[in-house]
Design a protein around this ligand. Structure first.
Ligand SMILES: *[C@@H]1O[C@H](CO)[C@@H](O)[C@H](O)[C@H]1NC(C)=O
Ligand SMILES: *[C@@H]1O[C@H](CO)[C@@H](O)[C@H](O)[C@H]1NC(C)=O
Ligand SMILES: *[C@@H]1O[C@H](CO)[C@@H](O)[C@H](O)[C@H]1NC(C)=O
Ligand SMILES: *[C@@H]1O[C@H](CO)[C@@H](O)[C@H](O)[C@H]1NC(C)=O
Ligand SMILES: *[C@@H]1O[C@H](CO)[C@@H](O)[C@H](O)[C@H]1NC(C)=O
Ligand SMILES: *[C@@H]1O[C@H](CO)[C@@H](O)[C@H](O)[C@H]1NC(C)=O
Ligand SMILES: *[C@@H]1O[C@H](CO)[C@@H](O)[C@H](O)[C@H]1NC(C)=O
Ligand SMILES: *[C@@H]1O[C@H](CO)[C@@H](O)[C@H](O)[C@H]1NC(C)=O
Ligand SMILES: *[C@@H]1O[C@H](CO)[C@@H](O)[C@H](O)[C@H]1NC(C)=O
Ligand SMILES: *[C@@H]1O[C@H](CO)[C@@H](O)[C@H](O)[C@H]1NC(C)=O
Length: 615
């Protein structure tokens, strides 16, 4: 597989003349902005205040977060090599800007810091009071939404002027009025708990411009999710915590400042990475009388949300589950069953040691027979980056029981028959979109500028039979091609118009154009969190692609793989940085351990089957 060893080399190779004009752009200060509007279904802000519960607050102890090291030695070595290469390339620029990272500042929260102290406390109420007051209440789940006019607003925000000192300052810390300086924080399950925090500069003053990229994580023994976070644009951020009543217990809330002021969106962002843990706050979720609507199994019509806010839950744990010689973790019997409503079917086959993902609806785990019965006679066209190669292979090897295909090339047309029933066949066509030449990289959607590549794609849609479904992904290669957000918006727009034209051609011949499933790009993991395809940038790119593709009415279904991968992106246990589905192998992995976890991509394969097969 060319890519395996080339993961980084395709990044390095792009040190071409482009760099020169990139630096010009960079110094011109072209930044991008993200603003996702997180919508809390039908729960008004008014009822938030009432539902906010904070118990056993103990402010006599000084808060001291535990710092977690997310970086591995070999990654540091790699990073140093990387930085040295830059310095050689861009000595003048690097000299000025490779200033040491700002040290975490200790801040005295008892000091009055301007008018920012107004948040939080007024929302604290008393759980026991609440419990005695009423019968069970059913609340809504947290949800997230892509802002309308995403691309345009992004451009507007990135161009927001500085001027005042508080807009020019740099964030080094945060202040969370409702949590800082408190111990034994206890929250009720079921409720949506809203918190607000402020970005602070190195003198402890509030920074008053948005665009800092905070990674948020709420994790316990049996639950992992990304709390939705909203940038209010003025140095204030709002995030939401919610845990289902079945998962009461101990959690850690972690907030990391990964990039400041849209710097993750730069072409070469690594030198600007801040990557500091702001808080690790132990939080106890206690069972309350509040209930949540039971999530139901995903129907096709459910899979239309652009942005998901799901969670991984755990339903089994085998403490003695060593890696097998084929690199697999068979911790439960394959038939070990899902616990409803979190999923349906054989959870053991996910080889996740009990973890499963669900979102606003939950997913069915497909048995071999169910998957074949659904996919037989279909023609699925995969268009995306190398993660597609892994997902196709995992779907074949793990679910469809086709074991003679050990590797799925970047360009391949496969007619596959069921080894258990040769009368069942499927056709999978996988076409790489990282570059018009399958052996090359870092073009992304710009591949469509190549006329031969466009013709090559069109050929699959020009016959009497066309694919019934396209599974699309714009991918990580875009991150290393487009140095300007405007250009990427144009590129996404061009890609949308290309496919719209292809589908019109299909319609004009009296055929039904394929259904389009758009699968968002993964959150790059571990060491890769600060590279060109970091989560800050890919989240923005996901939004831009969806915004533009939807403007052409191109997308039928969305699978938010960004949200699915997010809780696993803090280290490299479940990814090699850029791939979550590398084939199992009992070999030394990126993080130095033997073997790796591949279930996040296997989950994606099942989620895709839900989109392909559900009614
Ligand atoms: C609050 O913390 C202090 C210092 O650790 C401790 O002595 C005190 O008992 C705590 N109070 C409560 C109510 O937990
Ligand atoms: C924090 O500020 C308060 C009020 O200005 C002061 O009394 C206290 O000594 C300060 N604490 C520290 C640790 O600096
Ligand atoms: C909470 O409410 C209960 C019942 O109204 C009351 O007895 C208790 O003192 C309250 N606790 C706090 C910390 O206010
Ligand atoms: C989006 O942009 C269009 C065209 O500029 C405008 O008419 C529309 O009101 C905008 N929608 C929102 C929600 O901002
Ligand atoms: C920041 O903006 C939000 C939303 O517009 C507003 O509610 C809040 O008061 C602002 N905060 C500050 C400190 O300006
Ligand atoms: C929270 O983090 C601490 C320190 O990393 C760890 O020891 C503890 O197990 C974590 N708690 C949970 C519930 O994950
Ligand atoms: C735990 O995993 C081991 C190794 O795969 C297996 O032998 C054992 O049966 C598993 N235990 C349970 C309770 O599933
Ligand atoms: C797969 O089957 C289709 C339909 O029978 C055929 O047109 C196509 O050429 C086949 N592809 C390969 C690689 O055999
Ligand atoms: C094989 O597949 C065909 C077509 O789906 C089906 O009609 C038949 O029942 C299957 N045979 C067995 C033994 O499952
Ligand atoms: C793709 O790139 C390889 C290696 O650079 C080259 O040998 C090959 O001719 C290229 N293929 C096309 C179609 O340009």
């Amino acid at each position: 597989m060319p890519e395996k060893s080339a993961n980084f080399w395709w990044v390095m190779r792009s040190n071409n003349p482009k760099v020169q004009w990139w630096f010009k752009l960079l110094t011109m200060g072209i930044f991008l902005g993200i603003l996702i509007v997180w919508e809390i279904d039908s729960v008004s802000m008014g009822s938030f205040s009432r539902d906010f519960i904070l118990l056993k607050v103990n402010s006599s102890e000084k808060f001291s977060p535990a710092f977690k090291d997310f970086i591995f030695t070999n990654i540091i070595q790699y990073y140093q090599y990387w930085v040295n290469t830059y310095q050689k390339l861009n000595q003048d620029f690097a000299g000025k800007n490779l200033a040491p990272k700002v040290k975490r500042q200790s801040i005295n929260f008892t000091k009055n810091q301007g008018n920012t102290a107004a948040f939080g406390l007024e929302m604290v109420t008393n759980l026991s009071h609440k419990e005695s007051a009423s019968r069970p209440r059913v609340l809504r789940w947290i949800s997230a939404e892509l802002e309308a006019n995403y691309s345009l607003n992004l451009l507007t925000n990135l161009l927001a002027p500085g001027g005042e000192p508080c807009r020019e300052s740099r964030t080094v810390d945060v202040r969370i009025p409702a949590l800082d300086g408190r111990d034994n924080i206890e929250l009720s399950t079921g409720d949506i708990h809203e918190f607000v925090f402020h970005a602070l500069d190195d003198s402890g003053k509030p920074h008053c411009l948005g665009g800092d990229y905070f990674e948020t994580d709420i994790a316990g023994e049996t639950w992992k999710s990304r709390p939705p976070i909203k940038d209010l644009g003025n140095g204030t951020y709002q995030f939401f915590l919610q845990v289902h009543p079945d998962f009461s217990g101990d959690y850690n809330l972690t907030i990391i400042l990964l990039f400041r002021h849209y710097e993750g969106l730069r072409f070469w962002p690594e030198r600007f990475a801040f990557d500091k843990v702001m808080r690790v706050i132990p939080v106890k979720f206690s069972k309350s009388s509040i209930e949540l609507p039971e999530i139901s199994q995903c129907k096709k019509s459910d899979l239309v949300r652009d942005v998901w806010s799901g969670r991984w839950t755990r339903h089994a744990k085998n403490d003695s589950c060593p890696i097998s010689n084929d690199g697999r973790y068979r911790c439960q019997e394959p038939k070990f069953s899902c616990q409803k409503p979190w999923c349906d079917g054989p959870l053991g086959s996910l080889e996740s040691n009990g973890w499963v993902y669900s979102t606003h609806c939950s997913f069915k785990m497909f048995s071999n027979e169910e998957a074949w019965n659904c996919l037989k006679d279909r023609w699925i066209f995969w268009w995306g980056d190398s993660n597609h190669c892994d997902t196709v292979r995992n779907m074949l090897n793990f679910i469809l029981d086709v074991n003679d295909i050990k590797e799925v090339p970047r360009r391949v047309d496969l007619n596959i028959s069921n080894p258990r029933n040769s009368s069942q066949t499927i056709r999978f066509t996988n076409i790489f979109n990282g570059h018009p030449n399958e052996t090359d990289n870092n073009q992304g959607l710009n591949s469509l500028k190549d006329a031969d590549y466009r013709e090559f794609l069109k050929r699959y849609f020009s016959g009497d039979v066309v694919p019934d479904t396209i599974i699309m992904n714009s991918g990580l290669h875009d991150a290393l091609h487009w140095s300007d957000i405007r250009c990427f918006i144009e590129g996404a727009n061009y890609a949308a118009s290309f496919w719209a034209e292809v589908f019109n051609g299909v319609r004009q011949r009296g055929l039904i154009p394929p259904e389009v499933i758009y699968r968002t790009t993964v959150a790059a993991g571990g060491y890769a969190r600060i590279l060109g395809f970091n989560p800050n940038k890919m989240e923005a790119f996901n939004g831009i692609v969806l915004d533009n593709f939807k403007a052409y009415d191109l997308v039928d279904h969305v699978i938010d793989d960004f949200d699915m991968t997010y809780p696993w992106h803090y280290d490299n246990r479940g990814n090699d940085g850029v791939h979550y589905g590398r084939a199992p192998a009992k070999l030394k992995w990126r993080d130095g351990q033997i073997g790796h976890q591949y279930f996040v991509d296997l989950m994606l394969a099942h989620v895709l089957l839900n989109a392909l097969c559900s009614k």
